[in-house]
Design a protein around this ligand. Structure first.
Ligand code: ARG
Length: 464
């Protein structure tokens, strides 16, 4: 870069070397901040004019110039050059080209340190707000699906072995609550992001009578950073967002893993539709759950994005350090993946067919009513639970040897295993009765699931 292209060239005799220019540049990724950079600059000059730090004439010229630059960028006319480092420099240089010397007043009482922090706060705030809407939509969709399937028997697993019958609505609501907690995290990260660093300048504040509160309000921020050093070096709000993203993706990856398994021939509990599956270039019969696999895979990079920011920040001396320029790489990636993740799960839910017959079959073959039999022996025959557990184990063993399921037991079979005095009613051995027998808030009984859905519907009502 020639010496006079730089914003800081005064005390330098030589330009930066080419390799250092490649290390330095961020225009390849921070150009997407342009609209927020211009918005913040427009407000900054408005404040400078209000405070009589610049004249009305200069203010108007700069504002016009900035609006023109926005149009140029939006019609692909900006000439991006790595030697101009970042988006801030591109816009400021272009402004000076358009309005001349007066454009040089834009940067009065401001540094790129508070400028980039302001842009990033605005950018993240904008995306969080959109993603709150997306996440609420997904919650509404999960709720509807759970409501629709509140009577359908589904398989509950522990250790990926059949455990107990549950309701499909109950299973879906487990994910509803996970995502609902993620919504709280996202809202928390919005609170942390809703704070204006503008006016902190490089580190210690400006040498002009600026009005930070005015700028903050005009930009839609709830408050201003109370400390200028914190304002330019803080990335906690990004950490909060990254943690939200990582946890959201942990949940997404678990849901996707279920769908991948359940869609297999071996399980056949769901069928994923054509819109969310892809074919194989060699095996004509294949319909692969690639979208669910990709979302599961993306979890790695979202967790990685959190790690990268944490590692970048560890032990950084106060206050701004250039290391911080890298934060945007992780942040932009995470934001993009979160949108894909939320929308992707919604698309999977839209293109799923549940196959409860196969589930029932496996529940029966997996002796899933065993806990209910043991509990029945306890309450009906006043047998201690450990003894009831053992007796039920014997019945399961018997069924296995006779190649029958628990619901096929005849009264004679029961006597054969346990001796006289015990009965197992046909009703008890039905899968539905395992559901009915469940008690306590949050259980999978029909009644408790209704209460759960009712609680969720109250939350959803407040969304709009
Ligand atoms: N591109 C830089 C960043 O993203 C802007 C701030 C530069 N500040 C500095 N003191 N060199 O962090």
């Amino acid at each position: 870069m020639s010496k006079d292209q730089r914003l800081w060239g005064g005390r330098f005799e030589e330009g930066i070397s080419e390799i250092c220019q490649d290390i330095s540049e961020s225009i390849s990724f921070d150009r997407i901040l342009y609209a927020f950079d211009i918005q913040a600059s427009l407000i900054h000059v408005k404040m400078l004019e209000k405070q009589k730090i610049i004249t009305t004439d200069v203010y108007e010229k700069i504002s016009r110039g900035l609006r023109q630059i926005q149009k140029e960028i939006e019609s692909d006319k900006m000439n991006y050059r790595p030697d101009l480092e970042d988006i801030h420099t591109h816009i400021e240089k272009r402004l000076i080209e358009i309005v001349g010397e007066e454009g040089k007043s834009l940067h009065t009482g401001r540094s790129r340190n508070d400028q980039v922090a302001t842009d990033t706060h605005l950018f993240l705030k904008h995306h969080i707000k959109t993603q709150i809407v997306y996440l609420k939509e997904l919650l509404g969709q999960m709720f509807e699906l759970a409501q629709k399937n509140k009577q359908t028997i589904w398989a509950g697993y522990t250790h990926l072995q059949i455990a107990q019958p549950v309701l499909l609505g109950h299973y879906l609501m487990a994910y509803f609550w996970m995502f609902e907690r993620d919504l709280h995290l996202l809202e928390f990260s919005l609170c942390e992001t809703d704070c204006s660093p503008l006016g902190a300048a490089a580190i210690g504040g400006a040498n002009y009578p600026i009005d930070r509160e005015f700028s903050a309000e005009e930009l839609g921020f709830k408050k201003v950073y109370a400390n200028s050093m914190d304002a330019v070096s803080n990335r906690d709000y990004q950490m909060s967002y990254h943690f939200f993203a990582a946890r959201l993706f942990i949940h997404i990856s678990r849901f996707c893993e279920d769908m991948i398994l359940y869609n297999s021939v071996e399980f056949s509990y769901v069928q994923l539709g054509d819109k969310v599956t892809t074919g194989s270039s060699i095996m004509p019969q294949k319909k692969n759950p690639d979208i669910a696999e990709l979302l599961r895979g993306k979890t790695a990079r979202v967790i990685g994005d959190l790690q990268m920011l944490l590692i970048n920040m560890k032990g950084l001396p106060m206050a701004y350090n250039r290391d911080l320029q890298e934060d945007k790489i992780y942040l932009f990636d995470s934001i993009r993946q979160v949108t894909l993740g939320i929308k992707g799960v919604g698309e999977i839910l839209n293109n799923i067919t549940f196959k409860p017959e196969k589930v029932r079959d496996n529940l029966l073959r997996g002796f899933s009513q065993a806990t209910d039999i043991a509990d029945y022996l306890v309450s009906n025959y006043k047998i201690p639970f450990r003894r009831a557990h053992e007796m039920t184990g014997q019945i399961v063993l018997y069924c296995e040897s006779k190649k029958i399921t628990l619901d096929q037991l005849e009264p004679g079979n029961v006597t054969e295993v346990w001796g006289d005095g015990y009965e197992l009613s046909e009703d008890l051995l039905k899968l539905e009765s395992c559901i009915v027998r469940k008690m306590g808030t949050g259980s999978t009984s029909y009644i408790e699931l209704d209460k759960q859905l009712e609680a969720a519907s109250k939350i959803i009502e407040k969304f709009s």
